[in-house]
Ligand binder design. Structure first.
Ligand SMILES: Cc1cc2nc3c(=O)[nH]c(=O)nc-3n(C[C@H](O)[C@H](O)[C@H](O)COP(=O)(O)OP(=O)(O)OC[C@H]3O[C@@H](n4cnc5c(N)ncnc54)[C@H](O)[C@@H]3O)c2cc1C
Length: 507
């Protein structure tokens, strides 16, 4: 592709930074992505230990179905049909230690039958819930980079679902769950950060699963990341690893490039930061470009919790278990001095043959905590205690699993524990947040501002400007930023490669 003579530097090679690179390259920009880690993906990550691969991110990818909602957005970037998706039959099974269980199916008809069988007294709430799943399956996302002219058809299509959407948006998961008498069903909506999120988040995810448009791709989130990386290389872009940006270089209130740790300076016509929002605004830019809106966001809004991840390589075929299993414990696990957990969610990756040898299973559990400071301090000041604490938590998790699968303890051949200190070290995310900002009840779907007051030729993208986060926040924030850059440079935002090559040869 012929280049339009302008260069964009992108800070961070997570999904948002990579998507921005593809959009910019397609519009003819020279692109350099600077990633501090030695591989791309950020939170969309997995790692290999022995013969096992442990995934941290991907549960579901919105837009996985050909022709489904958001699928076209992925198609603009990559040939998503190259990925192989699995749609789970059972989303999650919730079990108590006393033998009670609730199966949350992805198919709305099966889910309705299961819930009515289990909790007939909740008939009104169950019917409302199933109606919401079926109705929201028709919901069309608006293009945040488009105006009325681009979105009018989807706005018209969304009119019938608006009353339901408004009703759900006013409640958080906990309030929504309180409509049910059944304790496991109630717990499904109110456990952890799900209880603090707008109820829309969970209902919409289930709606997309019912449409088979929120599948898991084999190879996990790195399979998606690799595909985007390949596209960047095909289009002539450059990704530099082990390249930590220390400072965004500003001259006369204009971003003109970046300075790397070690002092190397890189000049550019535009700087786009796809790294953690707090570090970008308050460290890389020294807090010079803030106003009351930004102070209020970073002062008042709540982030998703951070987490420990205990990953186990188990020499057992566990394919009789559901992909996700939540155990409700009689005695909570202590994760750290401020965090006790009564619910432990396991993921059994038996559906992904790329993650373990035949007959063996990669198993993970994510243990949310907001006490990131404890884990950072322990790692920094007392490494021996840090490793001892990681082992203590892993042993407790294996104990919970042993109670469910007798004999599993002796089949564990790999144990790996990451903590909030790991998340911060590898991704730089503020407070080790797993998804940026929580989207509470009553919040609007509008992203946070993607520019900073008084600073030109600079954009912010990624999960820190799209409350709720998730992989779709990558393209949803990258697209408007690159479109705005094109507009200011008087370059058409046209993603068909032939348009730019024809312009370059003067057609
Ligand atoms: C446990 C878990 C489960 C999840 N499940 C799902 C799911 O099922 N579906 C879904 O859609 N989403 C899921 N998510 C959320 C999703 O992974 C994130 O919202 C998304 O990956 C965020 O992408 P990002 O590019 O905005 O940020 P990041 O992934 O954080 O990328 C930022 C990048 O910037 C780099 N960086 C930071 N500072 C610098 C610097 N100074 N210089 C250079 N580089 C820098 C980082 O190394 C990183 O690579 C999950 C996340 C977690 C943790």
């Amino acid at each position: 592709m012929k280049h339009n003579g302008k260069k964009i530097v992108i800070v961070g090679g997570g999904i948002a930074g990579l998507c921005a690179a593809v959009y910019a390259l397609k519009c003819g920009y020279e692109v350099e992505v600077l990633e501090m880690h030695d591989m791309a993906g950020g939170l969309a990550m997995s790692w290999r230990r022995g013969s096992y691969t442990f995934e941290t991110c991907l549960h579901w990818l919105i837009g996985s179905k050909t022709g489904g909602e958001f699928n076209q957005v992925w198609k603009e970037l990559i040939d998503i049909d190259k990925l192989r998706f699995v749609n789970f039959h059972e989303f999650v099974r919730i079990e108590t230690e006393n033998g009670d269980n609730l199966r949350m199916y992805t198919n709305a008809d099966m889910l309705e039958a299961e819930l009515l069988r289990r909790a007939p007294d909740d008939i009104v709430a169950i019917q409302g819930f199933i109606h919401a799943i079926r109705t929201l399956g028709k919901f069309k996302l608006l293009d945040p980079s488009g105006g009325l002219a681009d979105n009018w058809l989807n706005i018209l299509r969304d009119i019938p679902v608006m009353p339901l959407l408004n009703k759900l948006s006013k409640m958080n998961g906990e309030e929504y769950g309180s409509h049910f008498q059944d304790p496991l069903l109630r717990g499904f909506f109110s456990n952890g950060d799900v209880g603090k999120l707008t109820a829309i988040a969970m209902v919409l995810s289930l709606a997309w699963m019912n449409e088979e448009n929120a599948g898991y791709c084999l190879g996990g989130s790195q399979a998606l990341i690799r595909l985007i990386q390949e596209k960047i290389v095909d289009l002539g872009g450059r990704i530099r690893f082990n390249a930590k940006v220390e400072r965004i270089v500003v001259e006369r209130d204009t971003a003109v490039g970046v300075e790397l740790a070690g002092g190397e300076a890189i000049r550019a016509d535009w700087v786009v930061s796809a790294a953690d929002g707090h570090a970008t605004i308050f460290d890389m830019l020294g807090g010079r470009y803030v106003n009351d809106t930004i102070r209020k966001i970073y002062g008042d809004c709540q982030t998703f919790a951070s987490y420990l991840q205990v990953s186990l390589g188990i020499a057992m075929d566990l394919s009789d278990l559901p992909p996700m299993l939540t155990r409700v414990l009689n005695t909570p696990i202590q994760v750290d001095p401020e965090t006790d957990l009564r619910h432990i969610g396991f993921r059994f990756f038996h559906f992904d043959p790329t993650f373990a040898p035949p007959g063996k299973t990669a198993v993970t559990t994510v243990l949310p905590t907001r006490n990131y400071r404890y884990w950072e301090r322990l790692r920094r000041e007392d490494p021996a205690a840090y490793y001892a604490e990681k082992k203590r938590v892993a042993d407790a998790v294996i104990g919970v699993l042993e109670q469910r699968i007798p004999g599993v303890c002796s089949a564990v051949e790999v144990t790996d524990v990451s903590t909030p200190a790991t998340v911060i070290r590898y991704t730089g995310n503020w407070k080790g947040s797993q998804e940026g900002w929580l989207m509470p009840a009553g919040a609007s779907f509008k992203p946070f501002p993607n520019t900073l007051p008084g600073l030109s030729r600079f954009f912010l993208i990624g999960q820190w400007i799209m409350p709720g986060g998730g992989l779709p926040s990558g393209p949803m924030t990258a697209r408007p930023a690159i479109k705005a850059i094109c507009k200011q440079d008087h370059i058409p935002f046209d993603l068909r490669p032939e348009v730019h090559s024809q312009e370059a040869i003067g057609v």
